[in-house]
Design a protein around this ligand. Sequence first.
Ligand code: HEC
Ligand code: HEC
Length: 189
Amino acid sequence: MNKINWAIATTLTVSLISMTGVALSSNKSDENSLFSWFKQSKSDIESIESQLYVEECGSCHFSYQPGLLPATSWETIANNLDDHFGENAELTEGDLKTLRNYLLNNAAGRSNYNLPNKIMAAQDDRPLPLRITEMRYFIHEHSEIPKRMTQDNPKVKSFSNCDSCHQSAKQGLYDEHDVAIPGYGRWDD
Ligand code: HEC
Ligand code: HEC
């Protein structure tokens, strides 16, 4: 082994030892954090686990992960479903209660995933909009995409249709290398 390989091997060994240390000292809450660490490395955001949510909130558009918006925004959305961006999206009392809890419990600022944390950090103490597409982080990340690929693209129509461009949006994966714009193909920076 040359010098560099030795350095890599040593680093790997040291990190393995420290990881074992974490695993050995594990009580219930450590186990959870270790588990969530592995989960986090897979997706940017918690993927949807509520069938009711997909049925009720995914019938007109993509089922947005709760971690894409802060709790205040979800609360306002849930309280005004009879006038939901010009549509009536009212729910039965029971379903509303279940889905409101689901949204609030997993909202950005309350779920410890990479993407929600970045969204909240970028917003800082600016006002919180009702739309994901109006959050500062979203606007910043999409500022280089021309109109002909989005609003003027009949296969996309609106930035609200996340899954028309993000191939793995349903799995909570929004990596910029996993984007293909309909009619234009893969996105290359
Ligand atoms: C009857 C159809 C319908 C249903 C059901 C519905 N929505 Fe919507 N929703 C809309 C429309 C229309 C828009 C605006 C889309 C646009 O501007 O392109 C919208 C927009 C949104 C947005 C903003 C997206 C953006 O642009 O950032 C969120 C968030 C949202 N809906 C959440 C929900 C939730 C949560 C539910 C379930 C409680 C739900 N919707 C159910 C029709 C619906
Ligand atoms: C018209 C296609 C399109 C739509 C629709 C779209 N995106 Fe994107 N998105 C992109 C492209 C392209 C990039 C990479 C931009 C760049 O690198 O400059 C991107 C970047 C991102 C990033 C940053 C990824 C990274 O690796 O840093 C996130 C997060 C994201 N989008 C989330 C969303 C969400 C959530 C929605 C729906 C509310 C959405 N996008 C709708 C095309 C789209």
